[in-house]
Design a protein around this ligand. Sequence first.
Ligand code: IFM
Length: 471
Amino acid sequence: MGITDDFRVSGLKFPDGFVFGAATAAYQIEGAATEDGRGPSIWDTFSHVPGNVENGDTGDVAIDFYHRVDEDLDLVKSLGLSAYRLSIAWPRILPAGTGEINEAGLAFYEKVVDGLIARGIEPIVTLYHWDLPQPLEDRGGWTTRETSYAFAEYARVVGRRLGDRVAVWTTLNEPWCSAYLGYASGNHAPGRRSEIGALQAVHHLNLAHGLALIELRKVVKRPDAKFSVTNNLAMTYAADPANPEDVDAKRQLDALQNRAFTDPQLRGFYPHDLLMDTKHITDWSFVQDGDLELINQPIDIVGINYYCTGTVRRGPEHPTEGTVHPGAACVESVEQPGPYTEMGWNVAPQGLYDLLVATHEAYPEFEIMVTENGAAYRDELVEEDGVKRVHDPERVDYLQRHLVSAHRAIEAGVPLTGYFAWSLMDNFEWAFGYSKRFGIVYVDYATQERTKKDSALWYEKLAETGVIPEA
Ligand code: IFM
């Protein structure tokens, strides 16, 4: 599936009330890593180990959001966005992961949330976007159930403080990354390489999600608050749909990437094929009686982060030590047709449509939001007649095509109610450090000056009119 002009369309109108927002995450933007009582997270530890992050970059300062809240929220306001998706840093709230509460951390997020509300912007809060308190990792991290219970404690503390104001509570962001990149391939913090550890992490993240929802529902006071989880669901195709081996490779990856999360979260079971495909690694006895009922709590919104597609075929067995997916020894990825973004990810708007439709078909009762979508490109700041600008036509094109895709999904009956651009501003792109720019707003890392890129101006028009502008 290459790219065609089929998605280069303007003039389509989104339904009234459709949410146009932008997303960020705490460690990627805040900085102030040791200020006001914040404890260390696994990303502080990981990024300080030479060789883990490109250029030795860390989130110590990031884009200094911690000290620029008003300026940055004014920016969100000036873009006309009706919602802002942020994440809360667990180690700012409970520096040791459990126990003592850091009042300054709660006060900081209260300032952010109140600042949004004062500007007429809905706060959409994610509790876990990968910054696990280091003391919990030292006791086993996501390979132990203690971490799931610690997460519930943290959710209760935040929910008690902000539960009268937050519009949408999201438990986890992309547990696929936390489990497989964190514990199988080791590309992300905490940088472990253990197939069984990664599968334990899958389960304990799911358990954390359910336990947190139970606590949140006890303390959240805003009557119209909604509850959700965000998964980076993968849209994977079989290289040859007529070849049962390739179709089976796709099924296998779908179980590991998607259903390992959505089935327990939304249906209360682990897929039988997942358990069979991984039985040489574990008997899953870490799933205790009652866990699946705890995980399968009611939610309102299924959040989906989408960037690109994958295609797989059945291949010869390869070593799985250090690869991303435990138990997928005979699954081979096929190169995707371009164009590609700076991440090397293919631009595939049809994939977003297919994913939204497939998710809706599998889980029809849930409202869906695209909680992240966007692209990294090599942006350059230029000065024209004394005005700073960033011309990023490829990103405008990417956003237009994916919004057209989202619009088509709505027309096909998908209850899609919101779209969040990743990201509001350039920021710390995990193992890539500051080398990849995803923002619709450019950040000059030397001065921390923010400049709206052309894509921000384009998105602003969309937010204002609800109509997809010309690219
Ligand atoms: O930057 C990340 C974000 O933290 C999670 N989703 C994918 C983005 C781009 O890689």
